[in-house]
Each structure stands twice: as C-alpha cells, then as structure tokens.
Design a protein around this ligand. Structure first.
Ligand code: UD1
Ligand code: CA
Length: 476
C-alpha cells in the first residue's frame, strides 16, 4: 500500500481580512502550513506530501521551501473539491490518500495515524475525521446513517443545514482518508450547486455513499486539535491553546513556569529542567535554554542559545545570541544579533551589544555600547564605555585583549586594538592602538585653581549689591 498526503493550502482566507494568505499566518510563532507539514512529515516522508498552493502561491512555496514537500498549483480557487482534482496527476503513484487542510494546525501525527489505520482496517473508500467541539457553528456536519453508526450518508455545510439538522453537533474536520482510485473515479460528479458556487470536497461523502461505497467517520480523541482557523480571533484561540500546551509539556519535563498563561513560548523552544520562567517572559523562535536558569519577567529572547545556570534579569531583549553557562544579563540589557557572551560574564543594565564576543568572566555592567567587538576574558568594561564602530560609511572592529581594564566613559574609536592587560584611563577617547600592559589616557589635563570658586562667589555678591543700590537710587 502506497500512501500519500495532500494538504489543501490554496485558499485566500477571505474571512481573515488580511493581505497575507491564510496558511502563512502564524500561531505559536510558526505558519499554519508549517504546523500541518510538520505533523504530516511524522507519518510519511516529505516527498510523499503534496501541498496544493494557489493564492500567493510563490510566497507560500517560499515559506516552506526547506521542508522537502512537493507542490501542485490550483490557479483558480474553485473550492476544496477542485483543489483535489488538481492533485490527480501528482498523486497517481499512491493507493491511498490522506487529505489535510492547511488551516487546521493543531492536528497531531498520532491522529493522522489513527485515521489511516481506521481507514485501512475497515477497508473504507472515504474516512472522515470528525469531532464534537463546544461550538459547531460554521463547520460542515456529518450525517451518520443512523446515530452512532460508523457509516456516513453525507456531509452538509453549515449554510445548507435544514432546520431539523441545525442541532447536529458532529463536525467535519476537513481531514479525510480516501482510496485514491474510487475518489478520482467519482470526483467528476462534483458540481457547484451551492451558496459559494464552488466544488465542495465534502460532497464526495454523499456521492460515494450513493455509489454504494463505504464512507465512514472516526471521531478525533481531542476535539481541540481539529479546530480550524478562519478568522483572526479563531487563530488567536489556537495560538493560545498551542502555547499553553507547550508550557504544559515543559512543566512536565521539570521547568517551572510561573503564571504560564502570561508566558509566550513558541513551538520548538527547548528548556532544560529546573529552569524558572517568570510571568510575561517570551521565548521565541528557535530558542534553547539550558537547565537551572532563571528568566525573569518581561525578558524577550528570540532565536538564542542559553547555557545552564544563566540568569536573565528583568526586561532584557535578546536575539540571535549565544550565552554561555553562568552568565548574568540585565536588567534592561539589549543583546542584538551575533553576540556571544562567555561563561560567567556579566552584562548589566542599559548595555547594548551587537556582533560582540565577550570572553569568560568579563564584565560590562553599566550604560555601555559594544558593537563589532572582540573582547577577551577577565576584562572590565567601565560604565559608559562606547565602541565607536561606525564612521558613517563602514563598520569597524574593536579588539580588546584579556584582562584589559577600560575606565568609565571611554570612547574607543574603531578600528582599534587594546593589547592584553592594558589600562585605559577614565574619560579617554582612544584613537590609536594601545600595546599590551600599557596605560593610555586621552583626555584634557586637570587644572585646579585654589580659592577660585570662593572669589567668584564674592564677586557676584558684590555685583548684586551694586545693582540693587542703583535701583533704589533711580526711585528719587
Ligand atoms: C471546510 C469544509 C467544512 C469543514 C471545515 C473544517 C468544505 C466545502 N467544507 O470548510 O465541511 O467543517 O473545512 O475546517 O470543504 N482550499 C484550497 N482551494 C480552494 C478552497 C480551499 O486549497 O479552492 C483550502 C484552503 O486554503 C483551506 C482548506 O482548503 O486550507 C479549507 O478551505 P476553507 O475555505 O477554509 O473551508 P471551510 O469553509 O473551513
Ligand atoms: Ca477552514
């Protein structure tokens, strides 16, 4: 038996009122289509997955180009039945087809497998995955031959429900298994005699049943996983469900998440045991956090790798950065793409860094900008240090050796090299390389004038007295 999976993803998503194709909208930080492909790819290899694209076909294909799936283009979107007609040639090597909807993103691979096994065991020609969600409004309803019977007579779309059918609670999830040959033998019978003037794949249930074929329904174990996303509000409900599920999974694996409903965790984020995540933290993209870390409130960490025993204090913004074990970051630090913070290093408040490597045990604790800098280990970067990395045209590098001490309020004009163990006097503007173990001071010399301030105060008092005398004088 050869099994292929077809994902319908050509629709516009009119109900979203968005410029972007529906399947490119994201939940849990990943497009709807990526979620569906990821589930399908757990069941068959990617080259056995065919994605039907149409609306914004190029953008959709581009977004999932790294998944290895195949594509067929439905140039005009004339309905779900028409989408499957388009797939006829590209699926000719398969005996059985599973059809998924690009806008049903929470579906788990286990459920696809359950549908497949049910379909094969019962030798059905069409098997429909169904559910009974709290609110069935808007979905197609499954008309079983008799209550509780596995056989299905038809699927009726919401708008076509007759008054006596309005109470039907079992919905069509838009996910099916078909025996391919029977499907394409009868798919020509679809017509557009409905409110949308489209070819409905759902009509295949009635058509196959009428032809004497076995059409069965199997209920999903959890109704939430077959919920579709037709509007932004529905999508955000799925987003929330997904993130809560992510949080539950992490907690089951030993991560403490305080007030998990406030924390934003993208699908695919990994966190080690005994790490504590405080309320309103965000872990996004491909972020990996080690064990025994603490991520304090309001920190947003994206596509970053964080070692064990790292402390991220409140309100840090960290992207595409690596932080090694034992480091302390923040509060209010901004680590932009390309940073590597070494073991036990400290980045303090109001420190911004970009494309900078800070070596083991080095510290930049206050009010500093480090851009395009290569900083060794055991370095102390004083408060207010600025790497002047940009000359208006190009970016230049600052290289600071091990055990260097940069005094507060120093400007390091790149390109520049500060040799190992060197010492920079506070308030210096350093424009020339400093050799190892040297002291460099580049600031105006201090001039001290004894008694100057006292004299000045006396002069001012005298002047004031003179002025007020003149005023009273002019009154005569
Ligand atoms: C569909 C089902 C409905 C079911 C619901 C479950 C039909 C007629 N109705 O309704 O019974 O309860 O899903 O979520 O199938 N698509 C194409 N080409 C097209 C039209 C749609 O590829 O020409 C794709 C869409 O991108 C989407 C999927 O098919 O991913 C489903 O289409 P959609 O318009 O969302 O169908 P529903 O109205 O939700
Ligand atoms: Ca839908």
């Amino acid at each position: 038996m050869r099994l292929g999976i077809v994902i319908m993803a050509a629709g516009k998503g009119t109900r979203l009122k968005s410029k972007r194709a529906k399947v490119l909208h994201e939940i849990g930080g990943r497009s709807l289509l990526k979620h569906v492909i990821a589930a399908a790819a757990q069941v068959v290899p990617p080259h056995d997955i065919l994605v039907i694209v149409g609306h914004q076909a190029e953008a959709v294909q581009y977004a999932v180009r790294d998944t290895g799936v195949r594509f067929a283009v439905q140039t005009e979107q004339r309905g779900t039945g028409h989408a499957i007609q388009i797939a006829e040639q590209a699926t000719r090597d398969y005996d059985e087809l599973i059809v998924l909807s690009g806008d049903v993103p929470l579906l788990r691979p286990q459920t696809i497998v359950a549908l497949r096994d049910f379909h094969l065991q019962h030798r059905a020609v069409m098997s429909i995955l169904t559910a009974e969600p709290a609110d069935p409004f808007g979905y197609g309803r499954v008309i079983r031959h008799s209550p509780g019977a596995p056989e299905v007579d038809a699927i009726v779309e919401q708008k076509a429900l007759r008054p006596e059918q309005l109470g039907l609670r079992e919905i069509n999830s838009g996910i099916y298994a078909f025996r391919r040959e029977a499907l394409f033998n009868h798919i020509g019978q679809l017509d557009a005699d409905n409110s949308h003037k489209e070819l409905y794949l759902t009509d295949m249930a009635g058509i196959l049943h009428q032809a004497g074929e076995r059409v069965l329904a199997i209920k999903a174990a959890h109704s939430e996983e077959v919920l579709g996303a037709n509007t932004i509000a529905e999508m955000m409900m799925l987003d929330r469900a997904l993130r809560l599920a992510m949080a539950q999974q992490l907690m089951a694996a030993g991560v403490t998440i305080l007030q998990p409903e406030t924390v934003m965790i993208d699908a695919g984020v990994e966190v080690g045991p005994d790490t504590v995540i405080e309320p309103f933290a965000q872990l996004l993209g491909q972020t990996r956090v080690g064990s025994d870390c603490r991520i304090r409130s309001y920190s947003v960490i994206e596509n970053s790798t964080i070692g064990d025993h790292v402390l991220i204090l409140q309100s840090c913004v960290i992207s595409e950065t690596q932080i090694d074990k034992g480091a302390h970051i923040g509060p209010l630090a901004h680590l932009r793409p390309g940073c590597h913070i070494g073991e036990d290093a400290h980045i303090g408040n109001f420190v911004e860094a970009k494309k900078t490597r800070l070596g083991k045990g080095s510290k930049a604790n206050h009010l500093t900008y480090l851009g395009d800098a290569e900083i060794g280990s055991g370095v102390n970067i004083g408060a207010g240090t600025i790497t002047c990395n940009y000359d208006g045209v190009a970016k230049h590098k600052t290289v600071i050796g091990d055990k260097v001490f940069i005094g507060s309020d120093s400007a390091l004009v790149a390109p520049i090299v500060i040799g190992e163990g060197a010492y920079i006097g506070a308030g210096s503007t350093i424009t020339k390389d400093v050799p190892a173990d040297a002291l460099a001071v580049a600031r105006g010399r201090q001039v001290t004038k004894e008694g100057w301030a006292k004299n000045r105060r006396a002069q001012r008092e005298a002047r004031k007295a003179e002025l007020s005398e003149q005023k009273t004088g002019s009154g005569d």
